[in-house]
Structures are given as C-alpha cells and as structure tokens.
Ligand binder design. Sequence first.
Ligand SMILES: Nc1ncnc2c1ncn2[C@@H]1O[C@H](COP(=O)(O)OP(=O)(O)O)[C@@H](O)[C@H]1O
Ligand SMILES: [Mg+2]
Length: 386
Amino acid sequence: MSETVTDQRTVSGVSIRLEGVTKRYPGQRTPAVDSVDLEIAAGETVMFVGPSGCGKTTLLKMLNRLIEPSGGKIFLGDEDVTGQDPDRLRRRIGYVIQAGGLFPHMTVGTNVGLVPGMLGWDRARIAERTDELLDLVGLDPEVYRDRYPKELSGGQQQRVGVARALAADPPVLLMDEPFGAVDPITRQRLQDELLRIQEELGKTIVFVTHDFDEAVKLGDKIVVFDVGARVVQYDTPEAILAEPAEDYVADFVGAGATLKQLTLTRVSDTELHTPVTAAVGEDSAAVVARAEEAGERYVVVVDGRGRPVSWPSVAELSRTTSVPGTRDDRLPVVGLRSTLNDALDTMLAASQGGVVVTGRRDAVAGVLVVEQVMAAIQSTRSEVRG
Ligand SMILES: Nc1ncnc2c1ncn2[C@@H]1O[C@H](COP(=O)(O)OP(=O)(O)O)[C@@H](O)[C@H]1O
Ligand SMILES: [Mg+2]
C-alpha cells in the first residue's frame, strides 16, 4: 500500500464517492436508501448517525456489496466499483461488526490470517502479519495467537475483529456499531485504540454508531441521516455541535452542550504532568530517592516497553526492596486521543484522582489529574456563558 504524508498525517486510505445510491427492498413502498450522494475524503473517519431504521447499515453494506444497490454508482478513488466482483472488492474493504464476528472454531491467529490466506500468501508471511496485527491492537501474540474466541473477553474479541479486518491492509474499513456490545469502560479503551491505530495507518473509515458522543470522539466528520438515508447534515463534530442544521439534529445532539464540549477536548490538548517512572525490578530505595527529590508522592511503574504496570505511592514502594512487576488491572489509563469526558469517567470508575496517559504503542506519555479536568470544565462554562 502506498502511503503519503500530509500535515504529518499518514494516509493509506482512498476516497469514496456515492452518486445517487439507492436501495429498494422487495415489497417496500419507499426505498431504504433513497438516491444518496456523498463524498468521503481519503484517510478520514466518517461517522454515520441517525435514527434506527434510517438506512445506515444498508448504505454501509452497499459499499462492500454485501447488499446489491438498486441504483447509483460507487467509486473507490477514481475507480467505479459498482460492477466489480464483490469478492475482489471485499479484499480491499475491511469489515468489522459487533462482537468481532469471529469464527468460534478457529484460533485467534487463524481468524486474523483468513484474508491473507485467501490472497495466497505463504505461511511464514501470514504468521508474521498475524503477530504484527495482534501487537497493533494491543494483544500479545505469544499469549493470544492460539486461543479460541470464547476464551477472550468481549473487548479482546473486538480487538481481534479489528486485526482481522486490517489483515490485508485494505484502504477502507467499514465498522457497523462495532463497540455496541461491550461495557462503557471497555468501549472507551477500544475507541482509544482505534484512534491510535488510525493515527498510525490513516485508513478511510466509515463507522455507524447510535452514540453521538462516540461520533464526536472518533469522527473527522459526522453524517446525520434521516429516513431513507437522507443526508441532513455532513460536517465536522465541532460545526454540528455549534450549529445543528435542523431541530431534529439539535435533539439528537442533545442537551448538556457544556459536557459535550468536554468530548471535543482531547487529553493531548491539555498540559500533562510528567511523572517519576520506575522500571520493574529496579532498586526501590533509588526510586524513592528520585521521587522525593522531584517532590512526587506517586511513581508510575513501567514494563520493558515503557507501558504502565502500576501506580504505587512512594510510601508503598518504600516497603519493598525492588520495584514489583505486579500488573494493576484496575489502573486508570487513557490514551492521548481520549477525550476529557473519558478521562473523567475513568477516574470516577477507578475512584482515583488521576489517570495515567499513554501515547504511541501504549507507552506512558504523562499523568492527568482531576483538577485539570475541572479547570477545563470551568473554562468551557465561562466561554459558553460569556
Ligand atoms: N433485508 C431486508 N429486507 C427488507 N427490508 C429491510 C432489510 N434490511 C433492512 N430493511 C429495512 O430497511 C430500512 C433501513 O434499515 P437499516 O439499513 O438496517 O437501518 P439502520 O442501520 O439505520 O438501523 C428499515 O426500514 C429496515 O426495516
Ligand atoms: Mg444498523
């Protein structure tokens, strides 16, 4: 896949153009999708929102021809793919559905390697690609490669689903309410992962959701649809929040615009605190001395790749001889592209006054404390009032 870098942003996706795309299901009086025109730029994430039954899924499935259009044209880049063999087309378009859509009788590795296998890659190349992708979605290949889907949590299955969709490096990724079936905290982590992956890869992503906050968080653009997949508004999240095109959109966007603004502020937009870190196995006394010199009461313990393991107090560490490697499963962690809303949720869920922030490849990028989030709320409040 050729890659171009514009504005420091990697783009490996292609543009998508719809011209008069229509779907009439047999026996329906009105089309489910009624002559839709839409252009999606290469490398952008575009979110489809709108009421249930308005045609989002139908429109999405026409893009990879799981549903055959009744009329209109679909282009990938400059290429008219309307008449293209659907099997060939689907190798260029990754597809992610709820719960990952994994084959239960195949291992994680086999699931991820499916499309490369169909493309005739040799075994060594498939194995290498599978491990690379599991790593990309935050699953250790050594641990997960040979497991079966039922041995994984919902969130882990969803990660495998994303890895599988990316296996043949398709320029386009279609996602239909992929995170709808997981709990809120897992959903937030998966969203963060997707943002991180997208920053690295720059695919063209079309993502259906019923959650407007998710649309604001993940989308470069949002399409608000009404019945028949009529495009009511197509704009950036900021523009839609500021000026909803119709009352119906305003209702959908919902009340609590101040808190919605928190969804527009990324953790990376705030000034992060740089914590004292310690490597697993390091001499505790040395770490305690370092923390005291820096005036810090907490230390972030990191593994060999700089990823957070735990967040003990200096007092706790001083009771040990070497820094313990025990992973704290409840450690509050958010990604740099997380919203302040997520950060606040994570702090509340963990009953901690702060979160560890991770950046590239999940390495520690800093720490965010609740006071900073509060300050941000206060400043957006005064902006809205003023
Ligand atoms: N296979 C089908 N046969 C007939 N009607 C369908 C079929 N799939 C969806 N529909 C209808 O088409 C409309 C759009 O459905 P859908 O695309 O699933 O909407 P959404 O994803 O926005 O909820 C709905 O009225 C739905 O009942
Ligand atoms: Mg749907």
